[in-house]
Structures are given as structure tokens and as C-alpha cells.
Design a protein. Sequence first.
Length: 154
Amino acid sequence: GTVSARPDQARVSLSVVTQATTASDAASRNATAATNVINELRKLLGGTADIRTINYNLSPNFGPSRDQNPPVITGYTATNTVQATVIDLALVGRVIDAGIAAGANRVNGLTLSLRDEDTLRAQALRMAGQKARAKAEAIAQGLGLRLGNVIVAE
């Protein structure tokens, strides 16, 4: 069965990417900026909003080596990805603007979804079951048989 519904929530993913010469400086500056982003999003969406860090990465940056030795570490990049679930879809643009103004420097994406998928899934499964039964009855009639109880459903 197939059912359709309009999305009633969005997940906005923003990242703070920070580069520095030392790992501790990159991590510290990144943490400060990510905290600013989260705080601004909380102001906009409310204290109970679903705002969370979904990814963090701290990695070295390599420069070219002059001889055949391994590359030289020239600095570090810290990336913190924050995801905010937005219930009022009219706020999506403001969420992105607030995150960027607070220190995010990458918009990773926007995903639209439903807060309650279970009700629609149950409706689609009921419809699928009804269609399957109708097809099975047609096959049984074509063979001059009657349907009995369901033994297996997949």
C-alpha cells in the first residue's frame, strides 16, 4: 500500500570547521564556536528542542615534503556537526541563518520527515494486506477454490 503525507518536521545539519596550527587550539576554538551555534539555535527553537552534535572530527593537515620522507603535519582541522530538529517548517531558513551567524560555516543538508511515521506505516500495511487478500481471492476463484485462514504473511 502507498500513502502520502506532507512532512511536518525538518532536520537541519550545520558544521563548524576550524583550522589551527595545534590540535588543542583547533579543538578549543571549534568547541567554542559549536557551543555558540547550539546556544543560538536553542534561543530560536526553545530549550526543549532536539539539538545535538551528530559528528566530531579532529584530523591533521599535511603539507608536501621536500624529500621522500613522510608528509609533514602543518596544522589541524576540527569539525563539529550539529543537527537541529525543526517542528515549525517556517523557521528552517531562520535556523540556518542563526547557525551561520553564530559560527557555523557549512550547511550540510536539510531532511524533511514526519514526526509520527508509525500511523502512516500502519495504514500502508493495512492497504497492502487488503490488496494481497484480494489478489489471493482472485487466484483461488480462478482455481475453483476458497481462501482459508492466512498461514504466512511476509
